[in-house]
Design a protein around this ligand. Structure first.
Ligand code: MRU
Length: 367
């Protein structure tokens, strides 16, 4: 992602390994965007867990990429206790899995690195080479399982966009959410690079405002014409005929094609269906959970009600501040994902091409 820092254009990712020997992970701290560009450094599994749980980083593929690097930190921590290497490593991996429940990429990344390490251990590899190889595997995971897939999603998805297309998106399924490039934004960026004019409507995405804060920031930085809309405006704009296509990301896809994504996605899909607007989910196949037959089985995270009661933002003075928007004493509910039934989904833009919901089962069976 190219962003402007102090009048310079810098190419930056949402997360990377800053110090490979010490296992220091650097992340763009998404809690401060779009107001301030700050970084969060983690040199331990504990801090990486904190970062994923508390939205320093977020978005399914970025969570997966951060977790892959966290698994490398787990190896370093386990290596300090060689007699208990296997049990410490397993305990650290299981701990990271508890950071957030819905995004399948977290589990995919941790299971991938875990079984890779177990194979190395079984084959009698020396500790020093297990450390080196795990680091290489974690970096390769980000490159192959995330970035390469995002690029493919961009290549396939670009074809559904025409010069002048008006796209609606929800939450942030952009570079910040997918290490770089994004999933839902990848077709937009590829179309933009090909010289197509793309206009993007961004749902603000209450309560955490990932759309208003992050997607709008990202798209604006890339020079794409962007309009933030209230979540409630989406149906009306579709009814007016002002939206050509909806593209969203995904946190977990069941085998029948039911898809968990940011709360509000289901209502958006209903409005798209009612208005004949194509509704696409852009996601890598690493978001498909092969163990779940339907969306009813997807664990949905419910976060603190404070995210509903309080809004965070920048005052005219430039200071960051928190304000309460609900009456004191009133309770709130805060499920942060919902499930869109597969019949509302036109297609999945994946690294394998654009596939129908009914084809997810085939993708899973082909491994
Ligand atoms: O709670 P978040 O911000 O992690 O939720 C993110 C989303 O719902 C995204 O749409 C999804 O992870 C896809 S990211 C490419």
């Amino acid at each position: 992602m190219r962003i402007r820092i102090d009048e310079k254009i810098v190419d930056i990712k949402a997360v990377w390994l800053k110090d490979s020997e010490r296992g220091v992970i650097r992340m763009i701290d998404q809690r401060y965007l779009p107001w301030k560009l700050r970084y969060y450094d983690s040199d331990s599994v504990e801090k990486t867990f904190y970062a994923i749980k508390n939205f320093v980083v977020r978005g399914a593929p970025t969570i997966g990429g951060t977790a892959a690097l966290g698994a490398y930190q787990a190896i370093l921590e386990a290596s300090h206790r060689p007699n208990k290497f296997k049990s410490v490593f397993k305990e650290r991996i299981e701990f990271l899995k508890k950071a957030r429940p819905t995004a399948y990429n977290l589990f995919h990344a941790l299971d991938t690195i875990y079984s890779y390490v177990m194979d190395l251990v079984e084959s009698g590899e020396a500790l020093s080479s297990i450390i080196r190889l795990t680091r290489e595997r974690a970096l390769e995971y980000i490159e192959k399982e995330i970035l390469d897939k995002n690029r493919k999603i961009g290549e396939y998805g670009e074809k559904i966009l025409e010069d002048g297309s008006k796209v609606l998106t929800h939450c942030n399924a952009g570079a910040l959410a997918a290490v770089d490039i994004g999933t839902a934004t990848a077709p937009i960026y590829y179309a933009h690079e090909k010289g197509k004019k793309i206009i993007v409507y961004v749902d603000e995405t209450r309560p955490w405002l990932q759309g208003a804060r992050l997607t709008a920031w990202e798209l604006h930085q890339q020079g794409i014409e962007t309009y933030v809309i209230s979540d409630n405006a989406a149906g009306y704009l579709m009814w007016l005929g002002e939206i050509d296509v909806v593209i969203v990301g995904a946190d977990r896809i069941a085998v029948n094609g039911d898809t968990a994504n940011k709360i509000g996605t289901y209502k958006l899909a209903l409005a798209a269906h009612d208005n004949g607007v194509p509704f696409y989910v852009a996601a890598p196949t690493t978001t498909i959970d092969p163990t779940l037959s339907s969306g009813r089985e997807i664990p949905i995270e419910e976060r603190s009600e404070d995210e509903i009661h309080f809004v965070y933002g920048e005052l005219n003075t430039g200071e960051l501040s928190v304000v309460r928007i609900t009456p004191k004493g009133v309770r709130a509910r805060n499920p942060v994902f919902d499930v869109t039934p597969s019949y509302l989904i036109t297609g999945f833009i994946t690294e394998l091409g654009i596939i129908k919901p009914s084809e997810i089962r085939r993708v899973v069976s082909q491994g």
